[in-house]
Each structure stands twice: as C-alpha cells, then as structure tokens.
Design a binder for this molecule. Sequence first.
Ligand SMILES: CC(C)(COP(=O)(O)OP(=O)(O)OC[C@H]1O[C@@H](n2cnc3c(N)ncnc32)[C@H](O)[C@@H]1OP(=O)(O)O)[C@@H](O)C(=O)NCCC(=O)NCCS
Length: 194
Amino acid sequence: MNVIYPLAAQDRGEILEHLLSLSADDRRLRFGTPASDSEVAHYVEGIAFGRDAVFGVRDEANALVGMTHVAQAGELAELGLSVAEGQRGRGLARAMFRRAALHARNRGIRELHVHCLAENGAILHLAREAGLRIVVDGREREAWLALASAMPPSIGGQLRAKPLALVDAALRTATHDTRARSNAADRALEYDPA
Ligand SMILES: CC(C)(COP(=O)(O)OP(=O)(O)OC[C@H]1O[C@@H](n2cnc3c(N)ncnc32)[C@H](O)[C@@H]1OP(=O)(O)O)[C@@H](O)C(=O)NCCC(=O)NCCS
C-alpha cells in the first residue's frame, strides 16, 4: 500500500531535496525545461501552501521520494508530479495522481490540467488509464481532465487536450455543489493500487 501524505510549508526543504535529486532530463520532463538548481529552488519557494495542495510519498526510511503539486487557480488546477528514479514503476505516481484528482474534486475544482511533453510515455500512460483523451500537439501537450462529482472513488471524467478542447459539459455541471460536500473522502490518505 502506498501512503500519500499531505505536505506543508515546513516540508519545503525535503521537497527541494527531492526535486534537486532529479536528473536534468527528469527536470525537463517535470518542468518542461531543464530547470537549474536556482530555478527549482525558486519554484519550491513559490509554492502557495494553503491555496495549493502538495502530496508526497516516502520510502521505508521516511525520505520523501515523490511529490505532487496541485496548483489551484479558481476552479482550475494544474498538476505536476515526480517520483525518484529508484522508486519508479511501483505505482507511486498513479497513487498521487488519483489522490490529487480526489482532492481537486472535493475542492470544487472543475478541471485538472496536466502539462507534459509529448515524449513523456509514463504520464501519457497514466492519463490514458484515467480516461483522458490524448491528442498530439507538437512536443508539448496540455491535458485537461474534467472532474466528476466529489463522491465517486475513482477518477472518471473526460479530458480535453489542446487544441481539440473536448470536455463533457455534463460532468462539469455535476461539480457545482462539491464545496458543500463532506471532505471525508479527501481525508482518506491511503490508496491501495490493488
Ligand atoms: C512520470 C513519473 C512521475 C512516473 O512515476 P512512477 O511512479 O514510475 O509511475 P507509476 O509507477 O505510477 O506508473 C507508471 C506507468 O507508466 C508506464 N510507463 C513507464 N514508462 C512508460 C513509457 N515510456 N511509455 C508508456 N508507459 C510507460 C509504467 O509501465 C506504469 O504503468 P503500469 O503500472 O500500468 O505498468 C516519473 O517517471 C517521473 O518522476 N518522471 C520525471 C518527472 C515527470 O515526467 N513528471 C511528469 C510531468 S508533470
């Protein structure tokens, strides 16, 4: 079972350490550009805890080995995530992805955006699995996941990816009252990929 932890401002140091441990190529995949150490530090310093949500996964030694940032802008949110190289292929990104989508639904966020390079096979795989529609748009893609209601345990939903911009309006309207709903599901911090 992968335990997903909410992270807070006091975890900035660990988040920075994790992101700086990513290779140049991973940083390029994560940020869309081969971010320098100072750019990564600037990014971490700028995370708006309180407005945004950040989730992490830890190894047996309690070291942070993956993190997901759900940056919120009104009813939209953008998700960025990474997993340490030695921990990949174990479902950690999948677990964080689903946790982030659950959080977004429970916050009344209607669309979850995921920017990724067209070559990013792992993220595209996870996106397809979650029901996202994949559209090739040059070397970069912007995938928009329209979120269903806050209640279902699975992601469910529709994706629109520029420039096709296909979103199921019915799913979007189902989210209007999610802020009033219980956050009980959002407090469930454990996800079992099995
Ligand atoms: C993308 C990333 C987060 C995936 O982390 P992870 O913990 O290995 O992901 P998971 O184990 O949950 O799932 C990966 C899935 O993608 C599949 N996959 C991996 N590489 C793939 C590829 N090149 N093409 C297709 N599928 C691929 C895996 O087989 C796995 O699917 P499965 O469980 O059905 O077999 C990690 O590789 C990473 O940190 N990359 C650098 C940063 C980045 O690209 N971030 C995303 C942009 S915001």
